[in-house]
Design a protein around this ligand. Structure first.
Ligand code: OFO
Length: 169
């Protein structure tokens, strides 16, 4: 049976993951307005990943005899001035999520829930990958600058990203 404090930490993180899904969906909508279909695809994969992250925790809380309690999801930002500005926000957001996951792991340590800590290790590793991926996109966008041909070519590259359902835990 899951500790009450641990259950609350997971429920808060489920909300944060669903907010991430919503934020990336909003970014996807922005890229649709620019007709940058590769960026749309990149965001679509990100949306699916965030949904999987939320559901991984949803299923875990249930498997430990806890109860998932859903809360309202905050409205995401809806306007950006450039793809670069979007990815600056993505990196900031992923850094925030990393700190939130670390806090959930802190709770697991505090209540001595080794099983939860073991489960959370997957998320800790995933955040390293997420920040790395986003950092790479951001670096490329900085190199491209105002070169619309470069942006067009990069859009084609981002169109190749595919969603692979993660095996969590
Ligand atoms: Fe769930 O990893 Fe991004 O936010």
């Amino acid at each position: 049976m899951i500790n009450e404090k641990m259950e609350k930490a997971f429920n808060d993180q489920i909300n944060a993951e669903l907010y991430s899904e919503y934020l990336y969906l909003s970014m996807k909508a922005y890229f649709e307005t620019l007709n940058l279909k590769g960026f749309v695809n990149w965001m679509d994969v990100q949306v699916q990943e965030e949904h999987a992250h939320a559901m991984g925790m949803f299923d875990y809380v249930n498997s430990r005899g806890g109860k998932v309690t859903l809360k309202a999801i905050d409205a995401p930002k809806t306007e950006w001035n450039s793809p670069l500005e979007v990815f600056e926000d993505v990196l900031k957001h992923e850094e925030l999520v990393t700190s939130l996951i670390n806090k959930v792991a802190d709770v697991a340590e505090e209540v001595k829930d080794r099983a939860a800590l073991n489960f959370l290790n997957w998320y800790i590793k995933e955040q390293v990958e997420e920040e790395d991926n986003v950092g790479n996109v951001l670096a490329t966008l900085k190199l491209i600058g105002n070169d619309s041909h470069g942006l067009f070519a990069y859009d084609k590259e981002l169109a190749t990203r595919t969603f692979v359902a993660p095996v969590i835990g």
